[in-house]
Write a protein that binds this ligand. Sequence first.
Ligand code: HEC
Ligand code: HEC
Length: 266
Amino acid sequence: MAGGASGSLSLELWKTRRRIVSLVVLAAVAGLALWLAGRRQEAALLRADADQVAASNGALLRSAVRAGAGVYRQGCASCHGAQGRGDMSAGVPDLTDADWLYGRGLAQEIEQVAEHGIRSHRAKALALADMPAFALPAPSSTERISSLSPRDIADVTEFIRYLGGGAQDMTAAARGGLIYQARGACFDCHGRDGRGDSAVGAPNLADATWLYGDRKRESIARSIAEGRAGVCPGGGGALSATALRQVALYIHSRSSSRRAGADRGS
Ligand code: HEC
Ligand code: HEC
C-alpha cells in the first residue's frame, strides 16, 4: 500500500534525524568536558609552584612541556635557535647547558626572563649591570669607572685567557691581573676569581662558555673595549601567564640544570 510505505519512510527519516541530533549534542558535551578539563589543568598549573611541577615528572609537567614547545617555536626560536643552543656570534646564550647568566636555571627564574626580558625596557626587566666600554673616556653611564688604554686592554685580555688556562704571555697576564683586581673594577661584577655573578648577569670568565665569540682574543678584547648589553625582549604582554609558565617548563626540561638537579636529588 502506497500510504503505508511513505509513512514508514518518514518514520525512518525522523529516527535518523534524532540520531544526528543526539550525536551532535554528545559531541558538544564531550567538547565542553575536554575544554573544562583543559581550563582546570591550566588553573592547576598556574596555582602550583613552577619548580615543584618541574620536579614532579607528572602529567601536569608533560602537558605543559608539550604546549611550551609550541610557544618556544613561535616566540623564542628565532633568536635562541630551534634546538635552544643560542648563537655565540650574536651574544644569544645556549639555553640547554647548565650555565646561566641570571640565577641558576630554576623554572621560576626562566619564567621571569620569559615574561619581563633582559634590558628590554620593561618595568620589571632584568637590567642590573651592563658591561662597560673601557675604550671610551667614560666607560659606564651609571658608575664611575676609569677608561683603559689599548695596552691595558690587551693585558687584561691576556689575564682572562690565563683564567681559562690559555695565556701565552705571563708577564702581560700578570699586569692584566692587577688591572682586573683594581683599576678596571672587573672584580666588582665578575668576582675576584672571575667566576661571574649570576645576581647581576655578569658571566663567568674562567669557564669554557662564552656569550660573545669563541674564547678568541679578539672577541674578549672587543667585549672589554666596546662594552656589551645584550637584550632579550621577553614575551610578556603577547603571551598569557599560562604560555609563559609552559615555555619556562619546556626550557627547564631541556636544560642540563634539570639533569644536574635530578643528580643532586633535588
Ligand atoms: C658594572 C659591572 C661590570 C664591570 C665593572 C665589568 N663587567 Fe664585564 N660584563 C658585565 C656584564 C653584565 C656582562 C654581560 C653583558 C651581556 O650580557 O651582554 C659582561 C661581559 C663581559 C665579557 C664577555 C663575556 C662572554 O662570555 O662573552 C668579558 C670578556 C668581560 N665582561 C670582561 C670584563 C673585564 C676584563 C672587566 C674589567 C676591565 C669587566 N668585564 C668589568 C659586567 C661588568
Ligand atoms: C630578539 C632575540 C631574542 C628573542 C626573540 C628571545 N631571546 Fe631570550 N635572550 C636573548 C639574548 C640576546 C639574551 C642574553 C641577554 C644578555 O646578554 O644578558 C637572552 C637571554 C635569555 C635567557 C637568560 C639565559 C641565561 O643564561 O641566564 C632566557 C631564560 C631567555 N633568554 C629566554 C627566552 C624566552 C623564553 C624567549 C621567548 C619567549 C626568548 N628568550 C626570546 C635574545 C632573545
